[in-house]
Write a protein that binds this ligand. Structure first.
Ligand code: HEM
Length: 206
């Protein structure tokens, strides 16, 4: 029997829309800053990109706090918690389904139901990105905004360079997450869930 489950309340969908637009803007402007070459005369492009990057980062921080509070005070937070025992084998089972099983018409190992909104891969990646990677991206970005690249040079410890490298590594992780997230959303045919709010039963989870 086919049923639908209302798993994505309005606030989650609004947060997700704002977050997705800002992340794409941040990736583009971040690349502009990273690739700019003052010698070749692209410094102006980097300055514009840098302003937009900072403003987008500030709005993303506010929207992240909204997401954090939403998960703390509503039922949505329970979908990010997991039993550690057996979690790795559940994760691998779902990966096998994404890469192989789903293309052979196999049943999803962790289908969506009224209680289960995310499968183990979604749960693990969403929790990791939203509770580890994004907070540290925000912290390193904020610290860089409030420090001068020249500060550390005199003391012999270039803290700005350390923050910069950490920030770039975390940004690469978010970009890779986004690519996998899009692959899963498209091949699992649940792009519409985050627009309408409804998941279909039998969906590969989420
Ligand atoms: C064009 C960009 C994006 C598209 C098309 C997209 C698509 C989707 C879809 C279809 C869902 C619901 C189905 C599912 O749970 O897998 C979803 C949920 C989610 N997405 Fe994305 N996404 C995008 C960008 C992002 C970005 C940049 C992040 C984080 C950095 C993100 C984090 C999440 C999270 C945490 C959820 C679960 C929200 C909840 O229900 O609590 N998404 N996304």
């Amino acid at each position: 029997m086919s049923s639908n489950y209302y798993h994505y309340p309005v606030w989650v969908r609004l947060w997700h829309l704002v977050n997705a637009i800002l992340c794409i803007l941040l990736i583009i402007t971040g690349l502009m800053i990273f690739l700019h070459d003052p010698v070749a005369g692209t410094a102006d492009v980097a300055a514009g990109g840098s302003r937009l990057h900072n403003v987008s980062g500030i709005i993303l921080t506010v929207s992240y706090l909204g997401f954090f509070a939403g998960n703390l005070f509503t039922e949505n937070g329970k979908h990010y918690r997991t039993r550690l025992r057996g979690s790795f084998s559940r994760f691998l089972k779902q990966v096998r389904h994404y890469l192989y099983g789903q293309f052979r018409g196999e049943e999803a190992p962790f289908p969506v139901d009224s209680e289960r909104k995310f499968n183990p891969v979604q749960k693990g990646t969403y929790a990791g990105v939203m509770y580890l990677v994004v907070p540290f991206l925000i912290i390193t970005g904020t610290l860089m905004m409030h420090s001068d690249p020249a500060d550390g040079l005199s003391s012999g410890f270039d803290i700005y360079a350390v923050l910069d490298i950490l920030h770039i590594v975390l940004a690469v992780i978010v970009t890779l997450f986004l690519l996998v997230h899009l692959f899963i959303s498209i091949t699992g045919r649940h792009l519409m869930s985050i627009v309408s709010g409804w998941s279909r039963s039998g969906q590969a989870g989420g």
